[in-house]
Design a protein around this ligand. Structure first.
Ligand code: NAD
Ligand code: KPL
Length: 306
């Protein structure tokens, strides 16, 4: 019998993945926060609405709460990095001995925290360039087609369920270098996102601050080398400039979080980079100063700084 995809978090990416897996006929169960959310979801018809290229599709997906008793063999963890460890802790009694966890979180740090919480589970890390946002509860807009890299730093063998992703039309690739991918994305996010918040601009606005961007890229280059991730640093500055140009009209995800008064993932991006620099005794004065400025900026707006 096909293994059920338990998907924790009916937010942007969780809904996007759950809808695509379910519409391919695969067994999917959403794991919602609490009984209240479950009641609200069921009152909405237990359906996720996926909006793609302007067309909407209503996909029935069954749901449950963490306290449900059915064992979990495969869990797609689709919450924010700061919620990941606690979310898995809540589900520990339900994880079967050979459970596999697929971790969709951006940045670094949450994956190790989850792996330490669930030492017997296989943890597969993901890095995605897909873009989605929740227009309202249970309704997700597939805004940016992209790609998801998946890998397991402790075991290079690909899992058998990659065929499920293929059957669901989820563009993906298994990679032995998932940490390089995650570090590379982290470096891009560190060079772009905090500056867009501090200058209150779209990504393209950073074209007015070329020296600041170049200085950060050069420190990130050194940091990646110190952390044993030289491949993640290859042509970083050109890539950052390319992304700034290609996404010039967009607001970065961190800028959107701050504008909407939401907690950011700072601790798993710039915070992780600065902590790694300290651990490796790598001097990164501009990144440290950027972190201080960002923390002050968040605090001044009453937002969490961790
Ligand atoms: P989101 O805030 O839209 O969704 C997260 C959901 O998880 C929320 O509905 C929240 O209520 C739920 N949740 C948190 N803890 C829970 C728990 N214990 N039990 C049940 N539900 C719980 O977040 P998102 O945008 O989908 O992002 C998820 C991760 O993917 C982040 O790390 C983000 O950086 C990354 N990411 C997102 C996108 C995107 O386009 N949205 C793209 C690439 C990467
Ligand atoms: O991933 C991004 C984000 O906004 O989080 C980009 C577009 C790369 C900017 O860092």
């Amino acid at each position: 019998m096909a293994v059920t995809w338990h998907v924790l978090g009916a937010g942007s990416l969780g809904s996007l993945w759950a809808a695509r897996l379910a519409r391919a006929g695969l067994p999917v169960k959403l794991v919602l926060r609490n009984a209240e959310r479950l009641t609200a979801y069921e009152a909405n018809g237990a359906v996720i609405t996926l909006v793609e290229h302007g067309a909407e599709q209503h996909v029935p997906v069954s749901a449950q709460i963490a306290e449900s008793v059915e064992p979990i063999e495969r869990l797609l963890l689709a919450c924010k990095a700061y919620d990941a460890e606690q979310a898995v802790a809540n589900l520990l009694p339900r994880l079967s001995p050979n459970a596999e966890l697929i971790l969709l979180q951006n940045g670094l740090g949450s994956q190790d925290a989850v792996a330490a919480k669930a030492p017997h589970a296989r943890c597969i890390f993901a890095s995605s360039t897909e873009g989605a946002f929740r227009e309202q509860d249970w309704r997700v807009v597939f805004a940016g087609h992209g790609f998801t890299w998946l890998g397991d730093p402790r075991n290079a063998a690909p899992p058998s369920w990659l065929t499920d992703l293929h059957d669901s039309g989820i563009p993906h690739e298994w990679t032995p270098d998932i940490l390089t991918r995650l570090w590379r994305k982290l470096a891009l996010n560190c060079a772009i996102n905090p500056l867009t918040v501090l200058h209150d601009c779209r990504n393209g606005g950073l074209q007015q601050h070329p020296c600041e961007v170049a200085t950060l890229c050069s420190e990130l280059d050194e940091l990646l080398a110190c952390c044993g991730q030289p491949a993640a640093a290859l042509d970083l500055h050109s890539e950052v400039q390319r992304v700034i140009q290609a996404t010039a009209a967009n607001y970065s995800s961190m800028h959107q979080d701050v504008t909407q008064g939401r907690r950011t993932e700072i601790s798993y991006l710039l915070g992780y980079a600065c902590a790694a620099a300290t651990r490796h005794r790598c001097a990164v004065p501009h990144l440290s100063q950027l972190q201080e400025r960002l923390v002050q900026h968040l605090a001044a707006r009453g937002l969490r700084t961790d």
